[in-house]
Design a protein around this ligand. Structure first.
Ligand SMILES: Cc1cc2nc3c(=O)[nH]c(=O)nc-3n(C[C@H](O)[C@H](O)[C@H](O)COP(=O)(O)OP(=O)(O)OC[C@H]3O[C@@H](n4cnc5c(N)ncnc54)[C@H](O)[C@@H]3O)c2cc1C
Length: 383
């Protein structure tokens, strides 16, 4: 029997299912992708786009074309509510879409509003690091400021958040300024400790790299609030800025809680090891927007990437019947940080490697992922 499969969000975990979605269509099913944007940006290369190592077209997928070329419909809109009783999705535009099976890959965002109430979370010069398109806007803003005669002298760039994303942003903002012959005072406000949660060796390599380049690190203090052009610190200090980034961690949107669906403690859709919602077997999900029952997974793309094949297979099983596959998250994973100076820092479990080779490996792995899913002529586009 022909059924309607709806993909909500075309993120990292939906890539395989979108690439192979003609397999659903050829079996007579109707497939729709709902996404607020025709493009999805690969976050692992986002900091490299900020610095200019990569062009926007190098790091994005044309998901509208990818779906359309394979027989699916594309709706440019955002899902704002799910009505599981009616099997219906409400869109921001006011329209509704009904489904037989739906899969969510709506990702996560930086809850910047709490910190920057005064500037609405993304005031003119304040950039939460997600969505990744913000990094392109910040790049343009920094280039403008560097070439403007009305802002002579060094730019003040403040990065709030000392985790992997904040570190990569500070490192790549340095490269952007450096490559364009400008000057900037770059400061990272790291909270308790730079790269907290990662081994001290990783942290000290980052500190050394930043020290050599004059990037200041503030540890033991938090940003309390972001005003128009000043960050207010715990302890009473103030940091003026021309450009600020907010990298204080991510969380799924309130979509699932607002819809009364079962959620984990961070508000992600609660799914079992088949990536299937625990209360509604026709709902699935992957990536940062889910909470996997019995696990507390870090919000890293590594899991989203591994969920691809499972989602593709289990969605077909949900449409037609058949055995579902189980997702077992790996216990350890590798992260490589792009330090913006041609070098990387690789971390996996007890292994730490620092230098050019680490960046070459990251660049290879990231480009391999891009090559697999950039099937719509993205590299020939402009931008
Ligand atoms: C700067 C930075 C660098 C990072 N680098 C790495 C790295 O090197 N390695 C790593 O493993 N992890 C990295 N991460 C973590 C990584 O970004 C996330 O784990 C990853 O993006 C999760 O993928 P996702 O597809 O679930 O979500 P997202 O990438 O957030 O994608 C979600 C998609 O859903 C769409 N969407 C959102 N809401 C809706 C809605 N309501 N309706 C329809 N569509 C919607 C969005 O437009 C988007 O296309 C990095 C994060 C940041 C911020």
């Amino acid at each position: 029997m022909a059924r309607h499969l709806v993909f909500v969000g075309g993120g990292h975990a939906h890539m395989t299912a979108l690439l192979k979605c003609s397999e659903y269509v050829q079996r007579g099913h109707r497939v729709t992708l709902v996404s607020p944007d025709a493009y999805h940006y690969y976050s692992g290369m986002g900091p490299g786009m900020l610095s200019g190592i990569y062009r926007p077209r190098d790091i994005r997928f044309n998901i509208r074309k990818m779906a359309g070329d394979r027989g699916a419909s594309f709706i440019e809109d955002r899902v704002v509510r799910v009505d599981p009783a009616r099997r219906s999705l409400m869109l921001q535009s006011g329209k509704t879409v009904s489904y037989d099976v739906a899969s969510f890959n709506t990702g996560s965002s930086v809850p910047a509003g709490a910190l920057s109430g005064a500037v609405g979370g993304s005031g003119e010069n304040v950039y939460p690091v997600k969505p990744i398109i913000n990094l392109l806007k910040a790049r343009q803003r920094i280039l403008e400021a560097l070439s403007s005669s009305s802002s002579p002298g060094a730019l003040d760039i403040v990065v709030i958040g000392g985790g992997p994303a904040g570190v990569e942003i500070a490192a790549n903002a340095w490269r952007l300024v450096h490559d364009n012959g400008g000057a900037a005072r770059i400061t990272i406000v790291a909270g308790k400790r730079l790269m907290g949660g990662l081994p001290e060796k990783v942290c000290s390599l980052v500190r050394q790299s930043f020290l050599k380049r004059g990037i200041s690190v503030i540890e033991g203090l938090r940003a309390e609030r972001v005003e128009k052009d000043t960050v207010l610190l715990s302890g009473g200090g103030e940091l003026p800025f021309d450009i600020a980034f907010i990298a204080t961690g991510v969380r799924p949107s309130s979509l699932f809680r607002d819809s009364g669906l079962p959620t984990g403690k961070d508000g992600g859709l609660l799914v079992n090891d088949r990536l299937q919602c625990v209360d509604y077997p026709e709902l699935f999900g992957g990536g940062d927007c889910i909470s996997l029952q019995g696990h507390d997974l870090a919000k890293v793309g590594v899991y989203a990437v591994r969920e691809n094949e499972i989602l593709f297979h289990n969605l077909l099983a949900a449409l037609e019947g058949g055995t579902m596959r189980r997702f077992e998250p790996q216990k350890t994973y590798m992260l490589i940080f792009n330090m913006g100076n041609g070098k990387g820092i690789l971390w996996r479990d007890t292994t730490v490697l620092d230098g050019r080779l680490a960046f070459i490996l990251k660049n290879y792995i990231d480009n391999k992922f891009m090559k697999k899913f950039q099937v719509s002529g993205e590299r020939k586009e402009t931008g």
